[in-house]
Design a protein around this ligand. Structure first.
Ligand SMILES: [Mg+2]
Ligand SMILES: [Zn+2]
Length: 186
């Protein structure tokens, strides 16, 4: 069985902003993140991205800009010797109540369907509580990074009454999480 890893985008791969990442110019990879994805690929992981992009539904992010960001991400990872299998995003505003916006699991289900894979037990890396909750609901193994909202989320986890969430492993950034995953491969 192939190993998969599901990545959140904003705050994990690139810098996040409370004002949304609305253009290619605002899309700035975090230090080491592109190389980390390439290393995951090299170690045999299939990498997919699952990201909430409600700025689309709110009319704040032009669709061509989102496409440009994802083309840039795909290109940079390829240049670094890696591969992203797919980038799955939820374009809906929360008020729509769609099943794909995390903490919903629609994006995970879409990945599983597209690639005919079972994501049970596969790692999913995020910086926000909703990433971790979605991952767990989808049967994946959530990992937290301290980049983006990660430090705030770490505090939330420490206060969580939910034991499983409190036990989510925490890494400094995507590079550190990737190294841990690669090191744990049989
Ligand atoms: Mg995020
Ligand atoms: Zn959605």
């Amino acid at each position: 069985m192939k190993a998969w890893v599901i990545l959140d985008r904003d705050g994990v791969i690139n810098r996040d902003s409370a004002d949304y990442i609305k253009s290619l110019a605002e899309w700035q990879p975090l230090p080491g993140s592109i190389e980390a994805i390439a290393r995951l690929s090299g170690a045999g992981f299939q990498v997919a991205v699952a990201t909430n992009q409600s700025g689309l539904g709110r009319g704040l992010i032009p669709a061509p800009q989102l496409a440009a960001m994802h083309a840039a991400l795909t290109h940079l990872v390829r240049e670094a010797g890696g591969e992203i299998a797919g980038i799955f995003y939820c374009p809906h505003e929360p008020a729509v109540g769609c099943p794909c916006r995390k903490p919903g699991i629609g994006l995970f289900e879409a990945i599983a369907r597209r690639f005919a894979v079972d994501l049970k037990g596969q790692p999913a890396i995020g910086d926000s509580l909703r990433d971790l909750v979605a991952a767990r609901r989808a049967g994946c193994r959530p990992l937290l990074v301290r980049t983006g909202n990660g430090r705030r989320t770490e505090t939330e986890l420490a206060q969580a009454s939910d034991r499983d969430l409190a036990a989510v492993p925490v890494y400094e950034d995507l590079a550190a999480a990737a190294e841990a995953l690669i090191g744990a491969r049989p």
